[in-house]
Write a protein that binds this ligand. Structure first.
Ligand code: URA
Ligand code: SF4
Length: 208
């Protein structure tokens, strides 16, 4: 299967997936969207109300802010991949549970392998925790780190900045640095596909 076919297959699979209890209340699974050759992958938490209704990621208030942040650095939504750590909406927008994150991780892993992005930007703590276990967002936001030969930049979730206005300029500054980080990522060592079950090891993190 070529990478494009992998993404299409995942889109079909999440619509009918029953790997965790989130399938009971979903209207639409939200696999994520963006070109298979995207250089940047943004990974949020999970679909909210509007995403569940429309089957598309980041289409509510946080999505509008994300669009603005992208526009500020000259990027269009259609140029990046936007996804989430869980593909079905947690009821009432509650936090995803560990077993839901674990069940859904196979889809995100396959998306990352298919897209092979230069940079993964994590939005919020659940997405950060996948790559940078034990990291504190207040300490590491906006800093590029190499995780198993992949560049990961943790950022505050856009929704957090909407609820907490003091975070807004912080998020804007972090986004403004992205083009430079992507340019530097050109020098990153070649990506090696990791076994699906392997989790990132905090000891392997090095500051970029
Ligand atoms: N928040 C997220 O984390 N993901 C979405 O898709 C929308 C809002
Ligand atoms: Fe499947 Fe993920 Fe939806 Fe759970 S959240 S039912 S694992 S697609």
């Amino acid at each position: 299967m070529n990478p494009e076919e992998v993404l299409r297959e995942i889109e079909r699979q999440v619509q009918v997936c029953k790997r965790c209890d989130l399938h009971y209340s979903r209207k639409h699974g939200v696999a994520g969207e963006g070109p298979v050759n995207a250089a940047i992958m943004f990974i949020g938490e999970g679909p909210g109300f509007h995403e569940n209704e429309q089957g598309r990621p980041f289409v509510g208030a946080a999505g509008k802010f994300l669009d603005e942040l992208l526009a500020q650095i000259g990027l269009k939504r259609s140029e990046v991949f936007i996804g989430n750590v869980v593909k079905c909406r947690p009821p009432g927008n509650r936090d995803p549970k560990p077993e839901e994150l674990e069940a859904c991780d196979i889809y995100l892993e396959r998306q990352i392998q298919a897209i092979n992005p230069k940079v993964i930007v994590t939005l919020g703590r659940y997405s950060m925790a996948k790559f940078l276990p034990h990291a504190k967002i207040s300490a590491v936001h906006g800093r590029a780190m190499r995780v198993k030969d992949r560049l990961v930049v943790p950022m505050y979730h856009p929704a957090a900045a909407l609820h907490q206005p003091s975070l807004r300029p912080v998020v804007e500054r972090d986004f403004a640095q992205l083009p430079e980080l992507i340019a530097k990522a050109e020098d990153a060592p070649e990506y090696q596909v990791e076994p699906l079950e392997e989790k990132s090891d905090p000891k392997q993190l090095t500051l970029f």
